[in-house]
Design a protein around this ligand. Sequence first.
Ligand SMILES: *Cc1c(COP(=O)(O)O)cnc(C)c1O
Length: 376
Amino acid sequence: MYLMENYKRLCVSFVKGKGVYLYDDKGKEYLDMLAGIAVNSLGYANPDLVDAICYQAKELIHISNLFENSWQEALAKELVDSFWTSGKVFFCNSGTEANEACIKLARRYFYEKGEKRYRIITFYNSFHGRTFGSMSATAQEKIQKGFEPLLEGFDYAELNNIDSVLKVLKKDTAGVLLEVIQGEGGIREAKEEFLKDLEELCKKEGLLLMIDEVQTGIGRTGKFYAYQHYPIKPDIITLAKGLGGGVPIGALLARDEVAKAFGPGSHGSTFGGNPLACRSALVVVQKVKGLLSHVERVGAYFKKRLQELGVGEVRGKGLMLGLELDKPCQEIVLKALEKGLVINCTSERVLRFVPPLIIEEEHVDRAIELLKETLF
Ligand SMILES: *Cc1c(COP(=O)(O)O)cnc(C)c1O
């Protein structure tokens, strides 16, 4: 009644969760294969995460970035420790903000170097967020429609087509921004050869290689960062979704030389990296680091079970999987929900599975059973 109608909401009202299960206001149980869109990495009501939130709420929720913040330092160290080289972190509150910061850092980096470069190459079917910079980076008409004029300075290429990148490369191109597995775009994977070519091009032309790890990062694909599946070394990565286990937080991580371009006063956020968010994320990150081989194992099992259904192509890595059907899948999502299975449909025909990282094989079996009942 009082809410804007920008979301098409399903008629279910969840009131609590435990582990990998959700419960609605009538007490019905649901197996969750969505995790709030790749957010609730530790599932629901994880005791350590809940404790961290409660303790920190009692001590100090927010202080502003005018002051030192040891929780930011501790979390940043964990993020950098898993990066391929030394780097520095900026904290914000969401994925789109992390990408805005990324776009600003890229521009500022070349400004500081005295080079007039500002254009960024992004890819069709990508998703980088809804604010102006990120939306302009998102090469999808349905996201941009009606909001023109967009932010200037983006050129679009085709994923896995290096020639299409060369075609839009200009003198003033600053870098390339991409997801190694497009999430909202339908779980579409970049090929290793393409990523290698892209990195080589970046080196040759002095471009920044920027990976949007908002959906793929923090253990989702079985590696801590998804770029680690490939022999590439990005200059910048962005994070959000799974980072806080449900507490809103985003981050920008850049190697030292690039990070330097954000000097005092150059960028900021009131809430970004507050003690509550950082302490929560610290719990998530430390736990996820111990879950990587679990994600890999259960993810491989899940993928195999989906392939055995024989209804369409299965794509993705770890616990970021998509099943492409030959027809729109929103109806299947609704039917599954009735049966007590929470899944999602993206890119029209792709069923997406991004469950809590703690799911076990038995949960996969149950999900497949419910999916069969729904599909056949
Ligand atoms: C969800 C998502 C975003 C946007 O994150 P918000 O927190 O919704 O702003 C950006 N990039 C990718 C790859 C995403 O999946």
